[in-house]
Design a protein around this ligand. Structure first.
Ligand SMILES: [Cu+2]
Length: 164
């Protein structure tokens, strides 16, 4: 087996290994259901990390995710990713809207939470806690498992776009 095939095989094995565990157990918080939370593992010395999750608003009024924080990082910011000319760029967002009955989805190549000033590398298999603060519902702590680097395609990568 040449190295190319081996790399492909390893990638597939990693991907398959992660498929059944989409994230931690759903967190039910008032009218909100927070699900599929995970963070991406980081290399030593890497200052930023990324967190993805979904928030379903089962209530009858609009909700907004206003801010986030974590003991694992100096700050957590709300970001969007935009593609233009094959390049992806990130933009700070003041809030993420979650209309009544809708589900906010953070995912690679879209909206995400950015951990800035990581206090230690995020290690696959470990878990961090991220506090989400909503306009109506208030704050809730969400356990966020750390998944391997190969678990998902990179943010905004062509590979990811082709699969959609
Ligand atoms: Cu970002």
């Amino acid at each position: 087996m040449n190295s190319m095939n081996l790399r492909t095989l390893l990638f597939l094995l990693c991907t398959l290994a992660f498929l059944p565990e989409a994230g931690a157990e759903p967190v039910h918080f008032k009218a909100l259901v927070i699900d599929q939370a995970y963070a991406r593992a980081t290399a030593p010395g890497q200052e930023v990390g990324v967190v993805y999750l979904t928030v379903e608003n089962t209530g009858k009024t609009a909700e907004h995710l206003l801010s986030a924080s974590s003991p694992a990082a100096r700050s957590v910011t709300l970001h969007s990713t935009r593609m233009s000319g094959g390049m992806s760029s990130m933009h700070h967002q003041a809030a993420f809207d979650i209309p009544a009955g809708a589900t906010l989805e953070l995912h690679p190549s879209g909206l995400h939470l950015m951990l800035e000033g990581l206090k230690a590398p995020l290690v696959e298999g470990k878990e961090i806690v991220v506090r989400l603060t909503f306009g109506q519902s208030g704050a809730v702590d969400v356990p966020v498992p750390v998944r391997g680097l190969g678990a998902e395609p990179d943010m905004g990568s062509m590979h990811h776009d082709r699969m959609r």
